[in-house]
Ligand binder design. Structure first.
Ligand code: COA
Length: 390
């Protein structure tokens, strides 16, 4: 397998884009990534685009070809990748594998979702499709409800508190204030979260990631070539993906995501890295409990200690490990198909020292963790910056 690096990245502001179309968001992120890489569209040999539910959100399918067309990249092969909220991360992994295998030297990866065209009811239905239709959706379970079950169990088994859940949100909103691309630019307090009203007990409005429009893009390149054309490429050090049952009822445990643990083990075995070698991680905090599960399952903290670690400030920017310096899904926003790509955009910026006020000091290895559904798909990547052309 060949080494693969990121040579360019682009992202739109995340938020409610009433005045802009799905296509405009795709084009903005794509053009920015090409400009950042300093290459022309005709050098791109293939495109992989993550998108979860465009049929329900905007009435448009066949997104692979649409993206290539909008970016003027016809006739290169262009493939849509769907893995619920992990669509972007799995698109990145497929692009990585395509370059690593030698099939292509330079490929583009995109992620996009335009979620605000529909009511919250329809959005909830669309998102629910990531769960198990027969045992969950059919009986009225929504995504906040599924994660609420996990939160309740974690509280029961480990004594995690609603205050500790709230602290995840407070931290991520604080980081988001330092990120000009984030949906929310407002600091909040634990009291704000506790008083924000239950969506599915114990999760409240401010424990939930929002409904978001946005797009993100990356240019991947074989590393020897990347060193020739880019001053500071960011190498994809390793990629791993794992699956689990869609239905929570079929899982042995509600207090861990098995797919995260399996993919993380593969990452650490492949790279020889230990969790303590990771400077920062963009983890999938679709709900506050999800961040707590992630930091435990990725090995940053012992099982059951995620809430306490958050309370002690060990996950804050430039603390023991910076978790979600971008603001995460909670603060930056969660345009589902774009999220996995946006996480890698943040890793690229951080590792090049280009993350502005939210810069993680002396960042060496960055990790991204993207989850589909309630944990049925998990994809993890690790990145580091390398020397390029002088
Ligand atoms: N975090 C912070 N603020 C939020 C928010 C969130 N998650 N969701 C909505 N708001 C704010 C809005 O900005 C708005 O503020 P304003 O009145 O100042 O403009 C206000 O709350 C009301 O927004 P509205 O759009 O009416 O909320 P809603 O009740 O329709 O939706 C949720 C709230 C929690 C149901 C929705 O955000 C949601 O479904 N989130 C989860 C998304 C999800 O499941 N993603 C997939 C995860 S796997």
């Amino acid at each position: 397998m060949r080494s693969v690096s990121i040579i360019g990245a682009g992202i739109t502001k995340f938020g409610e884009h009433w005045e802009r179309s799905f296509r405009e968001l795709v084009v903005e992120a794509g053009i920015k990534a090409l400009q950042d890489a300093g290459i022309e569209g005709k050098q791109i040999q293939a495109l992989y685009g993550g998108c979860m539910a465009s049929g329900m959100f905007i009435g448009q399918e066949h997104i692979g070809a649409l993206i290539a067309d909008q970016l003027g990249l016809n006739p290169i092969p262009s493939t849509r990748v769907e893995a619920a909220c992990a669509s972007g991360g799995v698109a990145l992994r497929n692009a990585y594998l395509a370059v690593a295998s030698g099939a292509y030297d330079i490929v583009a990866v995109g992620g996009v979702e335009k979620m605000t065209e529909v009511s919250t009811t329809i959005a909830t239905q669309a998102l629910g499709g990531a769960g198990d239709e027969e045992t969950e959706l059919f009986f009225g379970a929504t995504f906040p409800a599924l994660y609420a079950l996990m939160a309740r169990r974690h509280m029961e088994e480990y004594g995690t508190t609603e205050d500790q859940l709230a602290m995840v949100s407070v931290k991520n909103h604080k980081n988001a204030c330092l990120n000009p691309y984030a949906q929310f630019q407002k600091e909040i307090s634990v009291e704000d979260v506790l008083n924000s009203g239950y969506v599915a007990s114990p999760l409240k409005l401010l424990d939930c990631s929002p409904i978001t429009d946005g797009a993100a893009a990356l240019i991947l390149c074989e590393t020897n070539l990347a060193r020739k054309i880019c001053e500071r490429p960011v190498e994809v050090v390793a990629s791993a993906q794992a699956s689990d049952s869609l239905a929570l009822a079929n899982r042995k445990s509600l207090t861990e995501l098995r797919a995260t643990k399996i993919a993380a083990r593969e990452i650490y075995e492949k790279t020889g890295l230990k969790p303590k070698d990771i400077s920062f991680a963009e983890v999938h905090d679709c709900f506050t409990i999800a961040e707590i599960l992630a930091i435990e399952d990725l090995g940053f903290f012992e099982k059951g200690y995620g809430g306490k670690a958050t309370e002690k400030g060990l996950t804050a920017l430039n603390s023991e490990i910076s978790i979600n310096p971008s603001g995460g899904l909670k603060g930056k926003g969660h345009p589902v198909g774009a999220t996995g790509v946006a996480q890698a955009v943040e890793a690229y910026l951080q590792l090049r020292g280009a993350a502005g006020k939210r810069q993680v000091k002396d960042a060496s290895f960055g990790l991204t963790h993207n989850v589909g559904g309630s944990g049925a798909t998990v994809v993890i990547h690790v990145f580091k910056a390398i020397e390029g052309k002088r």
